[in-house]
Ligand binder design. Structure first.
Ligand SMILES: *[C@@H]1O[C@H](CO)[C@@H](O)[C@H](O)[C@H]1NC(C)=O
Ligand SMILES: *[C@@H]1O[C@H](CO)[C@@H](O)[C@H](O)[C@H]1NC(C)=O
Ligand SMILES: *[C@@H]1O[C@H](CO)[C@@H](O)[C@H](O)[C@H]1NC(C)=O
Ligand SMILES: *[C@@H]1O[C@H](CO)[C@@H](O)[C@H](O)[C@H]1NC(C)=O
Ligand SMILES: *[C@@H]1O[C@H](CO)[C@@H](O)[C@H](O)[C@H]1NC(C)=O
Length: 437
C-alpha cells in the first residue's frame, strides 16, 4: 500500500502553485494568529542606517551576493543599542512573506513583509523590548519561515545615536541537508517549526543551516518539478524554487565554502522523493548521488561528522493497528553505503566530490582516516499520529525527531545542551487546566 504517492505529489505541486498567504490552517480550521503590522513609512522616522553588507550583521544559512535568502529558515542576527530596529527589504523579497523575529531569548514574533518596504520590528512598544539583561546587549534575530520564499535585506536601521553590534558566532555548527521533511513542510510555522530548526535551536549555542527543499531528490534529475537534485544543488547558494530561476535564471551562484565556516556535524535526510516511484530513480542512482553528497561534504569540510538518517515513509492502518509504509525504503542500500564509508579500504584512500566541477578525486593520504559517517535509525521515533494527512511530521512529530537527534548527538559526540530556556517551538504550549475529568 503506497498512499504516500498522492500525498507526496501534493508536496511538489503546492510549492509552485501557492501564493504567499498569511493564513495558517490547522486541522482544516483557521488558526487564530496575531501578527502585528510592522510596515512603516521611513520618512516618518530619523534613523541611523547600516547597509546590508555591514559587518555588524551576521547572515545565518545561505544568502547570495545580493543579500537574498535561500532554502529553509535563513536569518540574520545582530546586537543593538536603543529600542528601535527597522529593516528595509529589497524588491527581491517575496511580497507578503512571513518572517519570525525575536529579541534575546524571548518568543518569536511573526509578521509579513512587503517587498521594497521598511518594517519597524522593534520599538519600545514591542513586547519585551525594554527588558534589560541578562542578555546584554539586546540581540535581534530574524528568520524566514518558508523555504520557497525569501527576503532581500537592503538596510538595517536603529535610532539616532544608537548602533548595531557584531555578535560572535557560536563555536559549533550543524547543517541539515534534506527535502520537505527537513524544510518543515506542513508544520505550523514551516521552517521555524521543523525538526531541522529544532535540532539547531534546541541544542543551543549552535549555528545551523537547513539546506532542505520540498520534493527534491538526491539524484540530479527533475523530481516533482525541482529541476536539479541535491547532489548538484547543495553546492549552490540558491535552492530549486521558481523564485531562484526568476531571480538568476540558470546562473546560480556556487556556494563559497571557503568564505564560510565549516559545519561540525552534517545531518542528511534525503531519499524519500528518490524512492517514490513517481520520480523513477533507481536504487543505484540514488546511492550514487547520496555517496557523492557525502564525499562532497567531506571534500568541503574534511573534519565534519556526517549523520545519515534512515527514511520514514508514513504509516498505514492494517485492521486494528498501524504499520510503517515501506519500512525498507532503501534501508539495506543506505546501510551498505555507510559500511562502505567506514571500511578500511575507503578510509585508507577516501574520495571527495565537487558538485560544481562534477569531479571526484581520490585522496592519497599517509594515515588512514577515522570513520566519519554515522547511521541514525529513525524506526520507532514517529508513530502514525505524528504524521499529518499531508504525509509530513506534525509539530509534535518534528519535536520528537529533533529531540532524538539531540540525544544521539550528545551521546555520540559529547555535545552539551545549552538551550535550557529560550523559546524553541512557537505555540506548542498545550496544557490542561482541569485536573478532574
Ligand atoms: C499578512 O499577509 C496577508 C496575506 O497577504 C494579509 O491578508 C494580511 O492582512 C497581512 N497582515 C498584516 C498584519 O499585514
Ligand atoms: C559594502 O558595499 C559598499 C558598496 O559596494 C562598499 O563600498 C563597502 O566597502 C562595503 N562594506 C563592507 C563592510 O563590505
Ligand atoms: C529594485 O531595486 C533596485 C535597487 O534598489 C532598483 O534599481 C530597481 O529599479 C528596483 N526594481 C523594481 C522593479 O522596483
Ligand atoms: C524509468 O527508468 C527506466 C530505466 O532508466 C526506463 O527504462 C523507464 O522507461 C523509465 N520510466 C519512466 C516512466 O520514465
Ligand atoms: C532500526 O530500529 C528498528 C526498531 O528498533 C529495528 O527493528 C531495526 O533492526 C533497526 N535497524 C538497524 C539497521 O539497526
Amino acid at each position: 500500500m503506497l498512499p504516500s504517492l498522492s500525498g507526496l505529489a501534493a508536496l511538489g505541486l503546492a510549492v509552485f502553485s501557492s501564493l504567499v498567504s498569511g493564513t495558517i490552517l490547522q486541522n482544516g480550521q483557521v488558526r487564530e494568529i496575531n501578527f502585528p503590522n510592522t510596515r512603516t513609512d521611513p520618512s516618518a522616522h530619523t534613523f541611523k542606517t547600516y547597509p546590508a553588507n555591514a559587518s555588524e550583521i551576521s547572515y545565518k544559512g545561505r544568502w547570495d551576493s545580493k543579500h537574498v535568502s535561500w532554502w529553509s529558515a535563513p536569518g540574520i542576527k545582530f546586537g543593538y543599542t536603543g529600542q528601535t530596529v527597522a529593516i528595509t527589504f529589497g524588491n527581491l523579497t517575496s511580497n507578503g512573506v512571513l518572517v519570525g523575529y525575536r529579541i534575546a531569548g524571548l518568543d518569536w514574533i511573526f509578521t509579513n513583509i512587503t517587498a521594497g518596504a521598511t518594517h519597524l520590528l522593534v520599538s519600545p512598544e514591542t513586547p519585551g523590548a525594554t527588558l534589560t539583561g541578562p542578555i546584554n546587549p539586546w540581540t535581534f534575530e530574524l528568520r524566514v519561515t518558508n523555504w520557497a520564499y525569501g527576503v532581500q535585506i537592503k538596510s538595517v536601521h536603529v535610532a539616532p545615536g544608537e548602533r548595531l553590534i557584531k555578535l560572535p558566532d557560536y563555536g559549533r555548527r550543524i547543517e541539515v541537508i534534506g527535502d520537505s521533511l527537513s524544510a518543515g513542510m506542513y508544520t505550523s510555522y514551516e521552517g521555524l517549526s521543523s525538526w531541522a530548526y529544532g535540532l539547531g535551536a534546541g541544542l543551543g549555542n549552535t549555528e545551523y543551516t537547513v539546506t532542505g527543499y520540498p520534493g527534491i531528490c538526491a539524484a540530479d534529475q527533475d523530481c516533482w518539478g525541482n529541476p536539479r537534485g541535491q547532489v548538484h544543488q547543495w553546492f549552490y547558494t540558491s535552492d530549486t524554487s521558481s523564485r531562484a530561476y526568476e531571480i538568476h535564471g540558470d546562473k546560480a551562484e556556487p556556494w563559497d565554502f571557503a568564505k564560510h565556516p565549516a559545519a561540525d556535524i552534517v545531518v542528511i535526510n534525503i531519499g524519500t522523493n528518490d524512492q517514490n516511484s513517481h520520480n523513477n530513480v533507481s536504487a543505484a542512482a540514488y546511492i550514487d548521488a547520496l555517496t557523492k553528497i557525502i564525499q562532497g561534504v567531506h571534500g568541503k569540510w574534511p573534519s565534519a561528522q556526517v549523520i545519515v538518517m534512515s527514511l520514514w515513509l508514513g504509516f498505514y492502518q492494517s485492521g486494528n493497528t498501524y504499520y510503517p509504509n515501506a519500512p525498507d525504503g532503501f534501508v539495506r542500500e543506505i546501510l551498505d553505503m555507510v559500511k562502505g564509508f567506514n571500511s578500511d579500504a575507503y578510509l585508507s584512500s577516501p574520495t571527495i566530490y565537487d558538485g560544481v566541477t562534477k569531479k571526484s578525486t581520490k585522496l592519497r593520504i599517509k594515515k588512514k582516516e577515522k570513520p566519519f559517517v554515522h547511521y541514525f535509525n529513525t524506526s520507532g521515533i514517529l508513530q502514525h499520529n505524528d504524521i499529518g494527512p499531508q504525509w509530513h511530521p506534525t509539530d509534535v512529530g518534528a519535536i520528537k525527531v529533533a529531540s532524538h537527534l539531540q540525544q544521539f548527538i550528545q551521546r555520540t559526540f559529547g555535545w552539551e545542551f545549552y538551550a535550557t530556556g529560550p523559546e524553541v517551538y512557537h505555540e506548542t504550549l498545550y496544557w490542561n487546566d482541569e485536573p478532574n475529568y
